[in-house]
Design a protein around this ligand. Structure first.
Ligand SMILES: Cc1cc2nc3c(=O)[nH]c(=O)nc-3n(C[C@H](O)[C@H](O)[C@H](O)COP(=O)(O)OP(=O)(O)OC[C@H]3O[C@@H](n4cnc5c(N)ncnc54)[C@H](O)[C@@H]3O)c2cc1C
Length: 308
């Protein structure tokens, strides 16, 4: 069986950049990913990636993937890694549905998954009016009234995307005031289709076959109200995809992989990069930088093992 020098799990900005840096070091690299872009593909517009003043998330994904594919590495896309194990000789075994791969080092660049709100009706109406991805689904809600649950950066980004299509967009934010970046708040406030409700607790999604209303509580008054909406986006943040290594490496209280300044986890040949780690500021430019560092540090580790 081929033993890779490095396996990278993920297809977001951290993994793609790690792939480019590792391939340029001429080591044997395999990148395994479910999809390309990860959360970056969901960003309607990106205004904060150095050198590109404005770009759609999907366009930046395509540019990064094209750049990656100019390099010499093996890529398996559309595959989900199901299991990672550490062998007695410290090598790593990575299993997808059908295949098993072996490697000397690993980079976990598995990012994050949207958080569920766990309100009644959320499961029932998923795909029937409820979605977690505005870039994917906002066009489906053209001319409708849409509710966005969440008043942070993700919530406002989602509302801005939804407002391109919807008749009206209501943001239901849990906090007394928005935690989003100021420039996003200004964008939302100046959009005539968007109305912001603060201090809201979402209780339930109602409807028959398709969602038709959100039941919420105004935390200022304790009053329960109903908002008629036939499209709902849940945008309340995300959880790290760290479960593959949760019994092997140290995680923090948020279940993020703890890494040192060399991107090493508590297991010396398992590195991690991007939003799955405890590094502060979950941003594309941070994820790309961390991906580069993780690849270079995995390369240094391989050289140390060879005694170079
Ligand atoms: C709506 C939205 C808007 C945003 N806007 C901006 C913005 O304007 N500017 C900015 O800087 N940041 C923005 N962000 C944040 C940014 O997208 C993230 O910080 C960045 O994508 C993190 O990159 P990552 O590679 O660490 O993880 P992710 O982007 O989460 O990618 C993780 C990858 O790992 C893959 N994966 C996970 N588990 C497995 C598995 N078991 N097997 C195989 N593959 C797996 C996933 O499929 C995915 O491809 C936004 C995020 C969202 C949700």
């Amino acid at each position: 069986m081929t033993v890779y020098d490095l396996i990278i799990i993920g297809g977001g900005p951290a993994a793609i950049t790690a792939g480019i840096y590792a391939a340029r070091k001429k080591i044997k690299v395999l990148l395994l990913t479910k999809n390309w872009g990860g959360q970056m593909a969901w960003a309607p517009e990106i205004d904060n990636y150095t050198g590109i003043s404005n770009v759609k998330g999907l366009d930046l994904v395509n540019r990064m993937v094209a750049h990656l594919k100019e390099n010499d590495l093996e890529i398996k896309e559309g595959v989900e890694v199901k299991k990672v194990s550490l062998k007695k000789d410290s090598s790593l075994e990575v299993r997808t549905g059908e295949e098993v791969y072996q490697s000397r080092t690993l980079i976990m660049a598995t990012g994050r998954t949207p958080k569920k709100i766990n309100a009644a009706g959320e499961e029932k109406f998923l795909g029937k009016g409820i979605s977690y991805c505005a870039v994917c689904d906002a066009p489906l809600y053209a001319d409708r009234v849409v509710a966005v649950i969440g008043g942070g950066n993700t919530g406002i980004n989602t509302a801005l995307e939804a407002a391109k299509y919807a008749a009206r967009v209501y943001i239901l934010g849990y906090q007394p005031k928005s935690s989003a970046d100021q420039y996003l708040q200004i964008k939302a406030e100046s959009n005539p289709k968007i109305t912001f409700y603060h201090n809201i607790l979402t209780h339930e999604f109602k409807g028959d076959n398709f969602v038709s209303a959100v039941v919420y509580e105004d935390k200022n008054t304790g009053e329960k109200k109903e908002l008629a909406a036939t499209g709902v986006f849940i945008a309340i943040g995300s959880i790290p995809n760290s479960s593959l290594v949760k019994n092997m490496v140290e995680l923090n209280e948020k279940k993020e992989i703890k890494i040192d300044c060399q991107n090493a986890s508590s297991v010396k040949n398992i590195f991690a990069a991007g939003d799955v780690t405890d590094v502060s500021h979950k941003q594309i430019i941070v994820a790309t930088g961390e991906g580069a560092k993780a690849a270079l540090n995995a390369y240094n580790y391989l050289n140390q093992m060879k005694g170079e």
